[in-house]
Design a protein around this ligand. Structure first.
Ligand code: PLP
Length: 359
């Protein structure tokens, strides 16, 4: 069977050149006589791979030298818990901005062990927008401000980030590497790998090293950022396959011209879809125009029956992964870095055809 147009939200499509390279090295990698998965994480070849993966992330995002880049297991969800454990000192509070499903999950974890100030919530607007900066009730004595840069399920994205007095932390799982950012604006950035970086089961963390010193004495060694910074993500056996695939993805992205170059293509992809959605009353976008996500495009049809028909007909034509998240329904096309403009154009052509028959 041929490969499909894969609009899955995560795990998501991986670049074909990356899959080809991984396949070619699967039996035997560059003179080692074994595959990446059979290799000691303490070996010279693997140390080289993890160092090059880190260097790739650093170059692509312009990560300053006083920031660490970590590859940790447990995905973004472990970071929901690990972050407040380490970075909110006893008796202190933290500001969280509630923009949707993922931000809410981060808040839920942070509330278990300490105080949280929800500085704004979009729940009353069904998470259809992000806040204006002047709507945020931030506390000057908070330990940090936490936000989710792109809500994968609700399809909204911050077009720009607030300048905060306390360190700004961001869950960038679904838009990291899709647009240029100023890393210096953030104390910490984390991202589950399976959207824009590589396979699942791993998170990339970019953090100001000195923040790691905040961790209270009760935090177990394995859950401390300082442990992993000290050992360059090799305190215990990392997800070696995930790190290797991250390296290949970074090489692929650099070969295309890096983040600024892919951002231009991403903007064309999103514009093509939103223009189609706005072109007729048959389609309806539930989110505010200025806050529409460039990575996860969500929309509705006139009825759930038509939405079901749309998804199943699309499937048959090799356009897969278009069903909206079960918590919100509707349609969702995830158009991460790997999704080509050709795939998006194929989806647009399908939409026009579907509307003609059912509109
Ligand atoms: C997918 C996702 C997560 C969860 O990632 P896991 O690796 O499954 O823990 C968290 N935040 C956002 C924004 C996501 O898109």
């Amino acid at each position: 069977m041929a490969r499909v147009h894969n609009f899955n939200a995560g795990p998501a499509a991986i670049p074909e050149p990356v899959l080809e390279k991984a396949k070619s090295e699967l039996m035997e990698m560059a003179g080692t006589g074994m595959s990446i998965m059979e290799m000691s994480h303490r070996s010279k070849p693997f140390e080289d791979i993890i160092a090059r993966a880190e260097a790739g992330i650093r170059r692509l995002l312009g990560v300053p030298a006083d920031y660490a880049v970590l590859f940790l297991q447990g995905g973004a969800s472990l970071q929901f818990a690990m972050l407040p454990m380490n970075l909110r000192r006893p008796g202190r509070s933290a500001d969280y901005i509630d923009t949707g499903s993922w931000a809410s999950k981060a808040i839920g974890e942070a509330k278990i062990l300490g105080d949280v100030n929800v500085a704004w919530s979009g729940k009353k607007d069904s998470y259809s927008r992000v806040p204006n900066f002047d709507e945020l009730s931030l506390k000057p004595d908070a330990e940090f401000v936490h936000l989710c840069s792109n809500e994968t399920i609700n399809g909204i994205q911050w077009p720009a980030f607030p300048k905060t007095e306390t360190p700004l932390f961001a869950d960038m799982s679904s838009d990291i590497l899709s647009r240029t950012i100023d890393v210096r604006q953030f104390g910490l950035i984390y991202a589950g790998a399976q959207k824009n970086i590589g396979p699942s089961g791993m998170a990339v963390i970019i953090m100001q090293k000195e923040l790691a010193e905040r961790a209270p004495a009760e935090v177990p060694v394995i859950l401390r950022y300082s442990t992993h910074i000290k050992d360059n993500s090799l305190y215990n056996t990392p997800n070696t396959w995930g790190v290797y695939m991250t390296l290949l993805t970074c090489e692929w992205l650099e070969s295309l011209g890096g983040v600024a170059a892919i951002q231009k293509i991403n903007e064309q992809k999103a514009a093509a879809l939103y223009q189609t959605i706005d072109s007729s009353d048959f389609w309806r976008s539930p989110v505010r125009k200025e806050h529409r996500s460039g990575m996860n495009v969500v929309w509705r049809l006139p009825s759930e029956a038509l939405e079901d028909a749309f998804v199943s007909k699309a499937n048959k034509e090799g356009l897969v992964g278009l069903k909206g998240h079960r918590s919100v329904g509707g349609i969702r096309a995830s158009i991460y870095n790997v999704i080509t403009l050709q795939s998006v154009n194929a989806l647009v052509a399908f939409m026009k055809e579907f509307e003609k028959k059912n509109g």
